[in-house]
Design a protein around this ligand. Structure first.
Ligand SMILES: [Zn+2]
Ligand SMILES: [Zn+2]
Length: 344
């Protein structure tokens, strides 16, 4: 089978590799059919993270189940399923707490698409091993467009959790989304609206993303340098820019919350005293996506969000190399002609 590998900083290639084998009765072999780039992927490919090549890239996809172990009950060959980015057993004490990102049944940080906690392959590859099929895989409801939910593995669900969790704690929440990565900010605008925010403002220096955020119903007319004046109950910071994060944090009203989902590898300076005086909170961390994926599929299927808006490029396996390296928008690679999830 072919794996899409980062072979050196800035270099991608399809490499022939042995097919994975079904190593456990709880596992499954799946074939990704619609794989999305995560907002982190370009930095991973460029070598701008602590994860150094070579490694197989990709941790967002919808796949077809090819083979299942004898203990697997929830999926069968032929099913279309979402594959979460994180490898997790679903049964250890951390998984039981909802912290699948800290699953103790596998090596620390075990995930697809990064050389961490072992090598689990990447979700652009032709075939992938899933060690805990019942705990991880989420079947697509009938009629689901696989392309639209290819990102439910990570970015789409991350945006939902980051926006909806603090919005639920406020009545008529006023929300600021600070954009800065390819898709997360615009997805967070959509998700904030789906979660019932009364007002969503969007802050970004990028005109293309500002236009997309406006299409999604956000107010994008925020002065580049004006003080945000404690206006917001919830801030979703999908940025890697320290100054933008600081503007967002100081834009929080007393008692507000900032979900920080842009990954910063260097520690930023943050305005702790200003935050202290406002009694605000900030959360940061990789998203424990699995329990939230069914809700996200429902949001897409009921047209409460439109992830295709942030995925303007649909490419095949050959064109994926260029699309993943070019600094444009999020892209989806399709392995074959795709229809919606069939009636079973
Ligand atoms: Zn990701
Ligand atoms: Zn676990």
């Amino acid at each position: 089978m072919q794996e899409l590998m980062v072979t050196a900083p800035g270099k991608l290639a399809w490499i022939d590799s042995p097919s994975p084998h079904l190593a456990s009765p709880d596992g499954a072999i799946v074939r990704p059919i619609a794989s999305a780039s995560c907002d982190l992927d370009r930095r991973l490919i460029a070598g701008a993270t602590p994860f150094k090549p070579p490694f197989a890239i990709g941790h967002e996809c919808v796949a077809e189940v090819l083979q299942t172990g004898e203990n697997v009950r929830s999926v069968q060959p032929g099913d279309l399923i979402c594959v979460p980015w994180k490898i997790a057993c679903g049964q250890c004490a951390q998984c039981a707490r909802g912290l699948s990102t800290a699953c103790t049944a596998v090596q620390k940080y075990a995930a697809y698409g990064v050389p961490a906690g072992g090598h689990w392959g990447g979700l652009f590859s032709e075939e992938v091993y899933v060690p805990y099929a019942d705990a991880m895989l989420v079947p697509l409801p009938v009629g689901t467009n696989p392309l639209a939910v290819a990102s439910a593995s990570d970015n789409l669900t991350d945006a939902w959790v980051a926006a909806s969790t603090p919005i639920k704690r406020h009545t008529d929440a006023r929300v600021l989304v600070v954009g800065g990565t390819e898709s997360l900010g615009v997805l967070a605008v959509q998700m904030a609206r789906a979660a019932g925010a009364s007002q969503v403002d969007y802050l970004d220096t990028d005109d293309y993303r500002r236009a997309m955020a406006e299409l999604c119903g956000a107010n994008v007319e925020i002065g580049a340098h004006s003080t945000l004046d404690e206006r917001y109950d919830v801030v979703v910071a999908a940025t890697r820019d320290e100054q933008a994060l600081n503007r967002g944090l100081l834009g929080l009203a007393p008692g507000g919350h900032c979900s920080c989902i842009g990954i910063m590898f260097e520690p930023p300076r943050i305005p702790l005293f200003g935050m202290y005086m406002r009694n605000v909170t900030m959360s940061v961390g990789a998203c424990n996506v699995r329990p939230h994926i069914p809700k996200v599929l429902d949001l897409v299927n009921s047209k409460q969000c439109d992830p295709m808006l942030v995925c303007p490029q649909i490419v095949d396996c050959d064109d994926a190399l260029q699309a993943l390296i070019q600094p444009t928008a999020k892209c989806i690679m399709v392995r074959e002609r795709i229809t919606t999830s069939p009636q079973t």
